[in-house]
Structures are given as C-alpha cells and as structure tokens.
Design a protein around this ligand. Structure first.
Ligand code: SAM
Length: 193
C-alpha cells in the first residue's frame, strides 16, 4: 500500500462517495479540474453545481467542461459558495472545496474564513446521509492560517454522532503543504432547540 498524496486522496474520497445520478457541488471551481472530475462521476443523469467569484474561473471551468463534453450536466455559477442554498435546492451527495487563490490569477482574491464557514455550514445541512464534504486546505498564503484555524474550530464543533471529521496530513513536509479535512455524514443532525 502507498500513502496517497493529498489531491489524489481527495479524489479517492469523492470516487468512493459519488455515484451516477448524484447531485454534487464544487464550491471553488477555479480552473475546473474538480468540476470536470465530479462531472465524470455523476454521469449524464447527475448534476454538478460549481461556484466561483471570478469571471476568469467561470470561463476557464466552462471551457474545460465543454472540451470534455460534460457541460450539459453542470451549472457554473458566478457567485460565492456562501450562497449555495440559493441555487442548490436539493440535498447533495458530496462537495469539494480547494481553499486559497486561483493558481495563475490575482492572489488577492482568496477564500475567506467567514464565507468559507458559512458555505460549509450550509452544505452540512444539505448533505445526504452517507455523503461527504472534502476540504483541501491551502494555508501558506496571507490570511490562510486564519482561515485554516476558523475552519478547524468550526468542524471540531460538529456533533460526532452525526458527522465524522477526518484530518489527513503529511506532518513532516516543509512550506505549509495542503491537507484534507473530510466530513462524512453518518446520521441526521440533531434538531436545534
Ligand atoms: N479547484 C480549483 C481548480 O481545480 O483549479 C482551484 C480552486 S482555487 C484554490 C480557489 C478558488 O476559490 C479561486 O478560483 C477563487 O476565485 C475562489 N473563491 C474565492 N472566494 C470564493 C467564494 N466566496 N465562493 C466561491 N469561490 C471562491
């Protein structure tokens, strides 16, 4: 057995979770790599909702999906993932986030602690039992550590009987390597009083 690298492991988790016909979310479309990967997993009958706040990312993702012949099953949305509930009305089987900035673009446009946590909160509510949210946390950039800490604080507070929270990380790599947090819903959330 080999330890999978972080990106590879994120894809393994999604592959194990998502089946043909599922509804899923790419919360940070960027250049569309994950959107295209999810589009393959859900097949013709499924649906992928992809969000980004940059027109450049929307264009790049749309082009990748068209080139791959999977655009018809995807909705690429120019809006923040914190508004996911406005666009995705059904429950979802999986969601992926790649936190940080779009490689090759303006480094000042990055995911932010409060909106990232709002989006995770919304998606935790919408997640099917057996569904998963995969967060790939890049934290080397300015503001990255604050976001990482806010996300960890939030996910650590989730009820353990409903959500299993995993951290997958190589702890001897230098220069702030990315790591994964995966949230698996195993039981309905307790009703808030
Ligand atoms: N998964 C992408 C790919 O395959 O290329 C890379 C994503 S990149 C690390 C992070 C992306 O999140 C950037 O494109 C950025 O514009 C986007 N972003 C920043 N804030 C956002 C928000 N509130 N909602 C959705 N996307 C956001």
């Amino acid at each position: 057995m080999k330890l999978e690298r972080v990106i590879q492991y994120a894809q393994t988790l999604l592959t194990q979770t998502v089946s043909a016909g599922d509804i899923v979310v790419d919360a940070t479309a960027g250049n569309g790599h994950d959107t295209a990967f999810l589009a393959d997993l859900v097949g013709e009958e499924g649906r992928v909702y992809a969000f980004d706040v940059q027109q450049q990312a929307i264009d790049s993702t749309t082009k990748r999906l068209v080139d791959a012949g999977v655009a018809d099953r995807c909705e690429v949305i120019l809006d923040g993932h914190e508004n996911v509930a406005k666009y995705v009305l059904s429950d979802v089987q999986a969601a992926i986030f790649n936190l940080g900035y779009l490689p090759g673009a303006e480094h000042s446009i990055v995911t932010k602690p409060s909106t990232t946590v709002m989006a995770i909160e919304s998606l935790v509510q919408k997640l099917n039992i057996g569904g998963m949210i995969v967060l790939v946390i890049y934290h080397g950039h300015e503001g990255g550590k604050e976001e990482r800490d806010r996300v960890i604080e939030y996910v650590s507070s989730l009820p353990q009987k409903s959500i299993h929270v995993l951290r997958y990380e190589f702890i001897n790599q230098k220069n702030d390597p990315p790591f994964i947090i995966a949230l698996e819903k195993v039981k309905a959330l307790p009703i808030e009083k």
